[in-house]
Write a protein that binds this ligand. Structure first.
Ligand code: SF4
Ligand code: SF4
Length: 309
């Protein structure tokens, strides 16, 4: 019979395997094999951003702590590193040299082409990212700002911000858009790299297929109301309280690819639509520039054709 400590460790292992198989479809055998590997070094560099993506990342249900402590080695993060200043900067440089071709680079935020808008330790962040990306095993763009340019690149884009792909077109980048992205989508993407040593299968826009293969609308819990033509007319009417579809309030779920209605938010308890607000299409390219975030003109009396997708 094992000791109490061994039993706790086994139980933790069991729960990690169950959760990751269920959420991400990883095979138990692959997870067990990967448990014997050394942790994957990760450098997390911020461009112009609000740090909301990292805030979201820290609130995943699928074992953020296990990921951070047992599976990856987060070597540099302006938000989480306890070291700062020259110490942290020289460590970042050392990791990219020592683990050339072996570390994962996460980019959060858009990158300004005008260097005066973003320097860290007196150096251009744009130049740092270009140099570091060439050495990375994989580059992950976490959030709509790094994936598409996001808010910093919205018109009139005074900082001349660009996405990571525009900055380093010669480097393959996995896009994990969202404003912010769902924690378990970021975690699942990083875990895939840690377990399989390669990037997950991507769609034609470079997003992990597993998480971005459906529109929010296709699996929305309000879709039965959409199909019956039952719509809320305002956020505080009785129909909204009954959970009717938010299409007439400008919901962009039908044209937005994300896992909000499958993986969900806040420990899979809810989603923005579940909380009563329409999807604003935050994971789609240039959503800030696509007119009012929640607005749709529907002619009085016009019939909205329910179309199952
Ligand atoms: S329009 Fe929006 S609220 Fe209505 S079913 Fe589609 S995603 Fe859900
Ligand atoms: S529901 Fe739409 S706007 Fe809200 S987080 Fe999901 S994709 Fe973004």
């Amino acid at each position: 019979m094992g000791t109490c400590v061994e039993e706790i460790a086994l139980e933790k292992e069991r729960s990690v395997i169950d959760t990751w198989s269920r959420l991400y479809g990883f095979q138990e055998e692959d997870i067990r094999k990967a448990m014997k590997k050394t942790r994957t070094p990760v450098l997390w560099i911020n461009g112009l951003d609000c740090t909301g993506c990292m805030e979201s990342f820290l609130r995943g249900i699928s074992s953020t702590t296990e990921l951070l402590l047992d599976w990856i080695s987060l070597e540099y993060s302006e938000l989480l590193s306890s070291a700062s200043g020259h110490q942290a900067e020289s460590h970042k440089g050392r990791i990219s040299e020592e683990y050339d071709g072996k570390f994962v680079l996460v980019i959060e935020g858009a990158i300004p082409l005008k260097d005066e808008y973003l320097t860290v330790a007196g150096k251009s962040v744009r130049e740092e990212i270009i140099a570091t990306a060439q050495k990375a095993k994989a580059v992950l763009a976490f959030g709509s700002c790094s994936a598409w340019g996001g808010l910093p690149a919205a018109k009139p884009n005074p900082t001349e911000s660009v996405s990571i792909r525009e900055l380093v077109p010669n480097v393959p980048v996995v896009l994990v858009p969202g404003c912010p992205p769902i924690a378990d989508v970021m975690i699942g993407t990083l875990l895939h790299l840690a377990i399989y040593g390669e990037i997950p299968e991507l769609d034609n826009k470079g997003r992990p297929k597993r998480f971005y293969r459906q529109t929010v609308h296709q699996v929305c819990h309000r879709k039965p109301f959409f199909d019956k033509g039952l719509f809320a007319e305002s956020y505080d009417d009785e129909k909204a309280l009954k959970g009717y579809c938010l299409f007439k309030l400008g919901c962009k779920g039908p044209s937005t690819f994300n896992a909000c209605e499958t993986l969900g938010w806040n420990g899979m308890r809810t989603s923005p639509i579940g909380a009563g607000f329409a999807c604003i299409g935050c994971s789609e390219k240039n959503f800030w520039d696509k007119g009012p975030l929640c607005h749709r003109k529907v002619r009085a009396g016009a019939k909205i054709k329910a179309k199952a997708r």
